[in-house]
Design a protein around this ligand. Sequence first.
Ligand SMILES: [Zn+2]
Length: 309
Amino acid sequence: MHDSLTAETIELLQTMIRNQCVNDGTAASGHETRNADVLRQFLGGAGFDVQQYEPTPGRATLVARIEGTDPHSRSLCLMGHTDVVPVNEAGWTRDPFGGELVDGEVWGRGAVDMLNLTASMAVAFRHLARSGFRPNGDLVYVAVADEESGSAHGMQWMADHERDAIMADYVLTESGGLHSGPKEQPYIGITVGEKGVAWRRLRVRGTPGHGSAPFKADNALMTAAAVIQRIGDYRPSPRFHELWRTRVESLGVDEQMQAALLDPARIDEFLDTLPLSGPGAQLHACTHTTFSCNTIGAGGPAPASTLRW
Ligand SMILES: [Zn+2]
């Protein structure tokens, strides 16, 4: 039984990767209806209600529900997004939209974030429904569009217009099932807070002139370079959220490290000395306002996202 569910998950994941629901931040991108259609077809006929909402053409969100036996019991929502972020093909060793299965691993954009979960949740949901599972409270499955760029065509719209369709007491979603800790003592982390994001677009203008005589020219590129450099160089002071202490205590590191991580005067220096940049970057982002210049465009409207956090 488990083998067949795994096979279903793999096939669904591969199909969704191949659908290339790439969300570049523009309303006309995403095309999540392709994945919503696949999921509706997959779920269809299993004897429960499936609804599709398409606030913007091509950007459907799908909601399925197994009704609970007790309307007063708490409901649980399994939620995955169906879009993926754009790819830089030069950085890939395999076709990002090939969905190849290599040595037991599916390759492609979205294989980790998060079509793997969107697929496995759908498989679990259908399996439960088909095996006659009746929960006490409602079990809801949501495959949402436009998660990667602000959610105006996805969850934000659903929350504003179809609140009843998605409301649940509990939600299992992104990053679910990722095991941490040592092999003998694995654990699954619970997200207790989420850092916000404040997108900004900077417009830098110059004065047109002749490229042969740049002396004292007002060149927008040079100004932009200086601005970006200053943003990159800026070192904000650490700020510890009330949850930071428990986060540090749950890391399983020795007392000395804990003390350094909990001391605003020492944390920056400590993070600098970490041998691996990955964990350091995560811990840094948890304790600082971060600024990330992501994309630049010239000569026309800039892409939606220029600065992240
Ligand atoms: Zn994601």
